[in-house]
Ligand binder design. Structure first.
Ligand code: SF4
Length: 492
């Protein structure tokens, strides 16, 4: 793999200008390559990480990386073979072909890159952000004919639901799923609901509160979002989980939280709900592995899902960081375990982390507990700080890692030829109730002064703008990234 670098995209959602470009140190993919070839010290979590993605695309599993050990559902989409001309092209050639296709497509195209995406792909993105910021960026391009989403499957589904009917949303590699989202499938969720309704009944209490409100993290399939929409529930992001849980408790006696137990637990705990009132629901077991009494007393039922990337962070790593750097500031994502969140100085969404780094005084030492691509990019973007990942093993999100520049070139050249490859399309029977759950989130989390162009709802709302400390919805830079995305888009 070449060590040359190309113009970079900042983590603020806009392309850098030529004068603002920095020398890009080794990307995560390049670092892995160097470690694998013994040209750099360090370790990574899989020997196959240095191989091209098409070597493992047809093998069952999520690919090498943090989710490698998770069980991939049989129903997960598989990616067909990438034509040889893309598999065999050099990085320079792919870069040229991508640039050429982008230039040809012009305004007809918008490319979105997730914070956790590899640099070799992100450098071509028009916007970089978390899943909901990117969905909103898509929303702000109603005239683009194609939205190429360099993220994972549920993100492309959300973008499709928020985009215009005549727009196509494309996922460059269909095998780029999300192991956490796949831990809750709609059959399991409907089965759980049926069991719970038998215990709780369907009638509201004397205060008019429903027995149970379903809440799903954005990192879930469109089918689960639709389930929430149909059953009085709502979607949340890691930025607004506290606000959304408050919304749910105004309407219900209890909440069932899909699919990330850690975000659910960290948020509910910060709201004062005791661990005894948060039983885990294991979908393979009758009553989720609980007794009726436990479920009667529950306030938040936590679905047994997790992110394998954030599961890697430990209290021991935090202790070691503090031992090595006594003044270190430890910031972790709320998808980390409760023990890790409790031991850290702060916890917040990817956007919170980015803004905390941005606002930190020069010379800060910051240990971050989130996906390595974002941490490494922040370290390159803010050289005035000492920024490092809590986990010293280089281990990217395996599903995001499946998108390689070869796939990006393939889908873009297809669009140039008038062929939409890898389109993600959510059926109206699913997207309509899912949008209801998304609209409830937007209405529940307004940000004054931000006029959100929502999908069919005239609401002054911004769902994901504020980064949040877990349970506090606090924002270190007191600025809305979604607003920035909108503003930057207006400037560009
Ligand atoms: S980092 Fe975790 S939650 Fe995010 S896409 Fe990867 S597996 Fe899914």
């Amino acid at each position: 793999m070449s060590q040359t670098t190309a113009p970079r995209t900042t983590t603020t959602g806009v392309r850098t200008t030529a004068s603002a470009q920095q020398t890009n140190p080794a990307s995560v993919a390049q670092t892995i390559e160097l470690i694998a070839s013994k040209n750099a010290k360090g370790s990574n979590c899989g020997t196959t990480l240095a191989e091209p993605t098409w070597n493992f695309d047809r093998v069952p599993g999520y690919g090498p990386g943090a989710s490698i050990g998770d069980t991939i559902p049989l129903s997960a989409p598989r990616q067909g073979t990438l034509p040889a001309e893309y598999r065999e092209a050099s990085e320079e050639e792919l870069h040229e072909r991508i640039q050429q296709a982008k230039a040809t497509l012009g305004e007809k195209l918008v490319i979105l890159g997730h914070f956790y995406q590899r640099d070799e792909v992100v450098q071509h993105a028009d916007y970089v952000g978390d899943s909901f910021q990117l969905a909103k960026a898509a929303l702000n391009h109603p005239n683009a004919e194609a939205i190429v989403f360099c993220g994972v499957h549920f993100m492309a589904e959300t973008a499709d639901m928020l985009s215009q009917p005549d727009q196509s949303v494309v996922l460059p590699n269909l095998a780029a799923g999300c192991s956490m989202a796949d831990m809750a499938n709609i059959d399991q969720v409907e089965d759980a609901w049926e069991q719970l309704m038998e215990i709780y009944g369907e009638e509201p209490d004397a205060e008019g509160k429903a027995p149970l409100i379903p809440v799903t993290y954005m990192n879930s399939s469109a089918a689960i979002k639709a389930f929430c929409g149909r059953n009085g529930g709502i979607v949340c992001t890691s930025s607004n989980a506290t606000t959304v849980l408050k919304w749910a408790f105004e309407r219900g006696q209890r909440v069932i939280f899909f699919p990330d137990q850690h975000l659910g637990r960290n948020t509910a705990k910060a709201m004062g709900i005791s661990l005894d009132e948060m039983p885990l629901w294991r979908p393979q077991l009758p009553l989720g592995g609980n007794t009726e009494e436990t479920l009667e007393d529950a306030k938040v039922l936590l679905w047994n899902g997790f992110c394998s990337v954030h599961k890697r962070f430990t209290v021991k790593q935090i202790d070691q960081a503090r031992e090595q750097f006594p003044d270190v500031r430890v910031i972790v994502h709320p998808e980390c375990s409760m023990e890790v969140v409790d031991a850290a100085d702060e916890a917040g969404s990817t956007d919170y982390i980015r803004k905390a780094v941005e606002a930190a005084p020069a010379g800060s030492t910051i240990a971050i507990g989130t996906e390595i691509n974002l941490v490494q990019r922040l370290a390159a973007e803010y050289p005035q700080h000492n920024i490092f990942c809590l986990d010293d093993v280089v281990c990217p999100c395996s599903t995001m890692y499946r998108i390689h520049p070869g796939y990006l070139a393939w889908v873009l050249e297809g669009l140039v030829d008038g062929e939409v490859r890898n389109q993600i399309s959510v059926d109206a029977s699913v997207s309509e109730p899912a949008r209801v759950a998304l609209e409830r989130m937007l209405a529940a989390t307004p940000a004054p002064g931000v006029k959100a162009a929502t999908f069919g709802v005239q609401a002054a709302a911004d769902a994901s703008g504020s980064g949040s400390a877990a349970g506090a919805d606090a924002d270190p830079a007191s600025a809305s990234t979604a607003r920035e995305v909108v503003t930057e888009q207006a400037r560009s």
